[in-house]
Design a protein around this ligand. Sequence first.
Ligand code: NDP
Length: 296
Amino acid sequence: MPTVAFLGLGAIGAPMARHLAAQDLGLRVWNRTATKAAAFAASHGALRAGTPAEAARGADIVITCLPVSADVEGLLDGPDGLLAGLAKGSVLVDCTSGDPATSRRIAARLAEHGIDFIDAPVSGGVVGAENAALTIMVGGDAAVLERVRPVLAVFGKLIVHCGAIGAGDAVKAVNNALLALHIWSAAEGLATLKRAGVDPAVALEVINTSSGRSNSSMNLFPERVLTRAFPRTFRLALLDKDVGIAAAVAREHKLPTPILQMTAELYRAAHLAMGEEVDHVEVVKWVEQLTGTVIQ
Ligand code: NDP
């Protein structure tokens, strides 16, 4: 089995890395806040690296899972950077929900050193990561994907080659733009129905067996909104970033996409008003404020 390093033990990175630690992969972990990496290494039998370079040294596959592509790009240079540790012939697998343009730039930088790159964002949320049931959407050389597939299969259930470098990022961004739109539109719809005298639970019972249903109406609203639980699993700031990427890709290709652009604007405003730590589903509270209606 290859040797693997994992950088970025956040909400989704940590459960992904846990599955790798349980395999014979000599896993090393690095995290910006070093105490998190130390705690992870102690609990899961992984090696803690002091720097990105130390994590990458001797690793065949280095996996990153950070908020944005620019964070990954920011780890490349300097004596402690990834390029100081990555060996020729190794692969950087970026599981960040990134942006295609930066991924292409990172891939070009690595190629100068004989290092391969694929963008490999994931979907399925923290629960999918905990159950090793993530969908992984990959951009880059199909032959490179085949080299790393057994390692990705440790935490992924469905691994799809989407196209050239940046294609995985683009698919992820559009998927999440649809998620964002479904949450917002379901919130507006349910607030409207509540004001029209319909209990939101009754409305969802109908919608969820009818053509207006979505993952948001079927899972997020019953489990997180009606219960007022709003667990923090995926930050609104990250969903704002994803919708912004989807809107930017559409603009790059000069497509008229009014709904996509408007969704990006709405999420940007909600993110700015609600801050960095709130969960994505908490955007419903923003719609509740706008409509003066609590969906309960
Ligand atoms: P978190 O905010 O929970 O964690 C981010 C991680 O990145 C932390 O380990 C953090 O370190 C590290 N980090 C942040 N900024 C930097 C930086 N500049 N340099 C180095 N390390 C940095 O994010 P998630 O784990 O939720 O998300 C990670 C990626 O996965 C994102 O792109 C997100 O969109 C995507 N994703 C998340 C899902 C989810 O359900 N959470 C689902 C699908 C995709 P530190 O501990 O020091 O803060």
